[in-house]
Ligand binder design. Structure first.
Ligand SMILES: Nc1ncnc2c1ncn2[C@@H]1O[C@H](COP(=O)(O)OP(=O)(O)OP(=O)(O)O)[C@@H](O)[C@H]1O
Length: 400
């Protein structure tokens, strides 16, 4: 008997995973200069010399992680192919929310032999953790490249960046070599480092700039080739996704997301091709998703006020004064069986917050002597979208 899935075929996507967040591309496009700088900083590894330390800077989605993975794999392959090259160990750590102690401890645990028990979480100091680290590095020998992602999030990053790059010259390690690779979204991070760290680090900095539309088109065309069934993805879809992302922040992740969601839209609609109209729909979906999250993050009363302002907008009664908003809001709260806030001041505070967060527009009215000064508010969003999102949030909160 035919089941609900029996006639499902690959109609749009040939390999959707190629457009997923964790897909590592075989080829890095449009980053030749950065790759060249990277190569220059690391090539000493092939000859048993300590590599340069590297700092990568650039905003989100500009290929810092992808290029790093690519370089690490390429170097590892080259090391294995050269009989006289020393062994290479690559360690990758994310520093977000960690202390230097926690990061060094993670590293130590990675290096310890399987039979050894983990380095203690508490009771010892950072100096002890470094000492154990040096011991393990020398026990293993070879070259160790340590990648610290989001390095600017680390507390006391100076300690780490002062200690590690000097470990060999100061005699902490003799049988191994260490290279530090730091990745950061924050351009001002370098200035926050102490002068002594800047001096010792001797880092080579590689800066990743936003992709322009033509670079994004090249990256997307390569992905689309493998992700979609032949001939399904039209040039107009690639051009539109590239243009939208280039105009925003030149973020390749955003461009790839648009292409994936565009493909999903086409599939849902039963269309045979993905074109620019699907990308435009994808952009709306992505923006709507973001707005939904932002609205969901607001307190219940703030959400009820947004809903109230959406009704006011639809009834063409905007802009409205807080008093009129309060009256309507009481009905809205009632319809959700919620006890409303009672004071005008609390409503005004919420309106002021929602204005600051960019949900509302506010205009000041000054009616001179006796007329007083007051504010009028209106929704700075499409009221129908706000009402739809509110309905979705309510439905998720009260299923059935
Ligand atoms: N030059 C490129 N060629 C191919 N794919 C790329 C390129 N640059 C980025 N990508 C892809 O775009 C996505 C985002 O890139 P990546 O994760 O490397 O960005 P990032 O700079 O490390 O960002 P974040 O700071 O947010 O981690 C990944 O899927 C990556 O494979």
């Amino acid at each position: 008997m035919a089941g609900p899935f029996s006639d499902v075929e690959r109609s749009i996507f040939a390999a959707k995973e190629v457009l997923s967040e964790d897909h590592q591309p075989d080829q890095i496009l449009e980053r030749d200069e950065e790759i060249e700088e990277y190569r220059h900083a690391l090539e000493d590894v092939l000859f048993g010399r300590t590599p340069q330390n590297i700092m990568l800077y650039g905003k989100a989605g500009l290929g810092k992680t992808a290029v790093t993975k690519y370089m690490m794999e390429a170097l590892q392959t080259e090391v294995t192919e050269r009989p006289d090259a020393e062994e290479l160990h690559v360690h990758e750590l994310n520093c977000n929310g960690k202390t230097v102690y926690a990061v060094v401890r993670t590293l130590v645990n990675e290096l310890l032999p399987d039979t050894a028990s983990d380095f203690p979480k508490r009771g010892l100091g950072t100096a002890d953790a470094f000492e154990e680290l040096y011991g393990q590095l020398d026990r293993l020998g070879g070259t160790h490249l340590i990648v610290f992602d989001e390095i600017d999030h680390l507390d006391a990053v100076d300690t780490l960046l002062y200690e590690l790059p000097r470990a060999r010259s100061i005699g902490h390690i003799t049988n191994s070599k260490v290279g530090v690779i730091g990745i950061s979204n924050n351009y001002t991070f370098r200035q926050s480092l102490s002068p002594k760290v800047k001096d010792t680090l001797m880092e080579s900095e590689i800066s990743f700039s936003p992709y322009d539309a033509s670079e994004l088109r090249a990256i997307l065309a390569d992905r689309a080739d493998r992700a979609f069934v032949d001939g399904v993805c039209e040039e107009s879809a690639i051009a539109r996704a590239a243009a939208i992302a280039a105009k925003d922040r030149g973020n390749a992740r955003q461009a790839i997301d648009l292409l994936r969601v565009g493909g999903e839209v086409a599939k849902k609609r039963g269309d045979t091709h993905v074109d620019d109209t699907h990308i435009v729909a994808a952009q709306e979906l992505v923006q709507r998703g973001r707005l939904r999250n932002r609205i969901r993050d607001q307190t219940q009363h703030a959400q009820l006020l947004l809903e109230t302002l959406a009704y006011i907008e639809q009834h063409e009664e905007a802009p409205a004064r807080s008093k009129a908003i309060k009256n309507r809001y009481e009905d809205v709260a009632d319809s959700h069986a919620v006890a409303p806030l009672t004071t005008l001041k609390s409503i005004q505070n919420h309106l002021s917050d929602l204005h600051m967060l960019g949900f509302l527009r506010r205009t000041g009215q000054n009616h001179g002597e006796g007329g007083g000064r007051y504010y009028e508010y209106s929704l700075d969003l499409d009221p129908q979208i706000v009402l739809d999102i509110r309905r979705e949030i309510e439905a998720a909160a009260n299923p059935g």
